[in-house]
Ligand binder design. Sequence first.
Ligand code: PLP
Length: 289
Amino acid sequence: MYYHVNGELVDSSNASVSVRDRGFMYGDAAFETLRAYGGSIFEWEAHLARLKRTCETLAMPDAVPGDLANRVEETLAANDLEDAYVRVSVTRGEQPGKLTPHPTVEPTIVVIVASLPRGGLDGRSIWDEPAVLRTVKTRRIPDEALPADIKTHNYLNGILARLELRRTQRGDTIADEALIRDLNGYITEGTTSNVFFITDGTLCTPSLDASILPGITRSVVLSLAQKVNIPVETDHYRIEDIHAANEVFLTNTTWELRPVTTLDGIEIETGAMTDRLIRLFNQRIEQFY
Ligand code: PLP
């Protein structure tokens, strides 16, 4: 495999960043997970905008290189990949000394890719297995401490939530995703996904001010639903709201739409509206081929 590190294509076995890179040392970095279908990046502009916004919040507004799209294309081409997972990281760069970061430090820019074909019988993704979702006790770090709407290398909140799933596992099944609430008990999102549920024909998902990452897939799903006049509601929800739902699914770039079959031990059918949204999403993807 070839990766792109600081403007150079390098063999993945030689791809490295400094042990003093602040992304490694402190999680002082922005990233995006993207997906290529038929050689083109899905929702590139939205991902680029979110990456830039994260970098602005981290006070490194010029860190995203102007030729980032070319770097991604070159990496896909070097690996002969059309359907791929792509990850772009922008770190603050190497810590020049022991003390505070030097203002002229150069960002580190890394593009890594992996083959990610679409599989499954009806054109769904290889993450087609429905998910088991479980509410955890681990709460979302409040926005006032670490804003949820930026995508940084700091994923320990979600990692601790996933570790809680393992620690408190009953029987053989470890849940696929943890549902995280904020300190007031409102639903936020999964550790790497946004959550949707359907109640009485309305598609519901926590609103952007509910301590969530504004998922690109979330926004695609909302606009697909609005186009076909599915009633949509975004709000602050409690666990009881989602427990009473008829259908539940998760979204992220790699999973696309992933139905939830079990939530906190409650069995849920994959219903007609989830299926319909998956079909609409698939139609969007088919345009790439
Ligand atoms: N929420 C969190 C915390 C995530 O890490 C992700 C993606 O990794 C998402 C939501 C979904 O975002 P997207 O649809 O842009 O992949």
